[in-house]
Ligand binder design. Structure first.
Ligand SMILES: CNc1nc2c(CC[C@H]3O[C@H](OC)[C@H](OC)[C@@H](OC)[C@@H]3OC)c3nc(N)[nH]c(=O)c3cc2[nH]1
Length: 373
């Protein structure tokens, strides 16, 4: 742990990086997968399981929490860590993305966004300053700038407008965040699928000398090769001594290919949301436990796993639970999936440390391709 936010690059293997972020509330081993804790809970999981499964940090969602229970109320209750009993680091998104995707967006202008709550229809205005204030009230350790993320495909002019606005908002967020040594405010690179705009966004954010940089505006409907191309363009512009966070990504295949290009941090609802819908991630690829072929299969998902959900329950039982829409089905598969994602991150970190990341990547992708027997 460290009294200030410290990123240490421990090893590299090609463009893949092994690192550590030390903060007052704990140390984050990178490359890191950050489980999504939307409204103060990693859905269907106890946070002890999330920690034991290998997570060093979880996410909180500014948009949801500001609407319910309310940022000032969370502050009165001692902050998010106290409320949810997670003393380690928490990263919160700024809310911009959720406003665009979840709420009745009423207005977006230089000042910020005005929207109607999807909870009770009440009207809210969120400026860059208010987003940072809310994240402060939540006592968030890593705070994201307010930005405008454009879904792809989009007109280059529209992508440019949103990217320039986000750059101006980044500066306002940096001023609003001020000097908080034990915390960090990350900028978010925008620019869609336009190389020149990506470079301009990354260069502009680099001038602000922030503690970390997210790559946003991806995993919003574009094919994987477009996402990877944008990483190839963006990452060389960003400072190597600062962490890079690819927002909303992704599948195990997305993650391993993005680590190969220099990403340090990931978040995605994939392991938890798909777990609740009966999809299991394993060393041998995906298993759709709803499929009738599992109805009398007494094998567990993976007898070699250290995760009880993966090792101790038959596919037949998991199949029954999911088909019966029993809560335990989603709980066990979420547990399995988060454990597999953390096992993958642990394998990635070990491979980079030993200088054999390329081999690890090939072996892992081959095992996924061979599939589950
Ligand atoms: C899926 N592709 C995806 N997700 C992007 C998120 C949201 C991440 C957000 O995605 C869920 O919110 C909806 C999660 O809650 C369910 C949030 O966790 C708390 C998570 O916050 C980091 C982006 N957020 C911002 N601020 N800017 C982005 O450009 C951006 C791009 C994304 N692509």
């Amino acid at each position: 742990m460290s009294e200030t936010f410290q990123f240490t690059l421990k090893a590299t293997d090609g463009k893949a990086r092994l690192g550590e972020i030390s903060m007052p509330r704990g140390t984050i081993r990178t490359p890191a997968f950050m489980p999504v804790g939307t409204v103060g809970t990693v859905k269907a999981m106890y946070l002890d399981q999330v920690r034991e499964g290998g997570a060093d940090i979880i996410l909180g969602n500014t948009y949801h929490l500001m609407l319910r229970p309310g940022a000032e109320r969370v502050a009165r209750l001692g902050g998010l860590h106290e409320l949810i009993r997670w003393p380690e680091p928490i990263l919160t998104d700024s809310g911009g993305f959720q406003v665009m995707s979840l709420s009745g967006l009423r207005k977006l202008d230089e000042q910020g966004v005005t929207f109607k709550s999807h909870v009770d229809g009440s009207l809210h205005h969120m400026s860059p300053e208010r987003s940072i204030e809310i994240q402060g009230l939540l006592d968030s350790d890593i705070q994201m700038q307010l930005d405008e993320c454009v879904a792809l495909p989009a007109e280059p002019k529209e992508i440019e407008r949103a990217m320039e606005l986000s750059l101006r908002w980044a500066e306002r967020c940096k001023i609003a965040f001020g000097n908080q040594p034990g915390k960090a405010m990350f900028g978010i690179v925008q620019g869609g699928d336009q190389p020149a705009l990506r470079i301009r966004s990354a260069e502009g954010l680099k001038q602000l000398d922030l503690k970390g940089y997210a790559v946003g505006g991806l995993a919003v409907g574009e094919p994987q090769h477009v996402m990877l191309d944008m990483l190839n363009i963006t990452l060389p512009v960003l400072p190597t001594e600062k962490p890079r966070y690819l927002m909303g990504v992704g599948t195990p295949d997305d993650i391993i290919k993005s680590v190969a290009r220099g990403i340090d941090m990931f978040d995605c609802v994939m392991p938890t949301r798909s777990g609740r819908h009966g999809l299991a991630f394993t060393r041998k690829g995906k298993v759709n436990i709803r499929n009738a072929k599992h109805a009398e299969d007494v094998r567990p998902l993976d007898e070699q796993s250290s995760c009880p959900a993966t090792r101790d329950y038959s596919r037949a039982y998991l199949h029954h639970l999911v088909r019966s829409n029993e809560a335990l089905g989603g709980m066990l598969l979420s547990w399995n999936n988060l454990s597999y994602y953390q096992e993958l991150m642990q394998g990635i970190r070990k491979a980079i440390a030993e200088g054999r990341f390329e081999d690890f990547m090939a072996e892992t992708q081959e095992a996924w391709a061979r599939g589950d027997d």
